[in-house]
Design a protein around this ligand. Sequence first.
Ligand code: INI
Length: 161
Amino acid sequence: MSEHTNQSFDAEMQAGGFRFAVVASRFNSFVTEQLLSGALAALKQQGADMAQVDVVRIPGAWELPITVRALEHRKYDAIICLGAVIKGDTPHFDYVAGEASRGLSAESLRMGVPIAFGLLTTNTLEQATDRAGGKHGNKGFDSAMTAIEMVNLLRKLRAQA
Ligand code: INI
């Protein structure tokens, strides 16, 4: 591959000057509260003005897409969605996880706003806790870092050439 490329777009990881919403599901709250702590820690670490960060708690992951839509007029630069769908013995898991992810993807594209997908979908409770501040890190933290990268990148890409 040629090394003579034209422009390269690398996003900074600074959160200052941007407005963020963090939407956290209460279902499996022992997991999702850890995700929320992780997301807020990432925003703080990267210099977010915490007075520009709003937290919205909702019942469950199913309610994520409609909540994002209700936030549209508030003009956030990015929305971080957090939840935990843990597989049970019924097909409920597939409906909740499937529709939440489909809805968030659709809203993100429609709104042109990055929506970080911090929704754990796991087979077991242990897999969820491992990813909510356990041995596999914190998906809430990672999602907030993704949101920060995307707001910086989109600002660059949308700037006049
Ligand atoms: N919501 C979740 O966030 N995680 C789950 O694992 C879950 N399960 O398994 O049922 C769940 N269900 C609730 C759902 O999100 C809605 O709140 C509920 O159906 C009311 O609309």
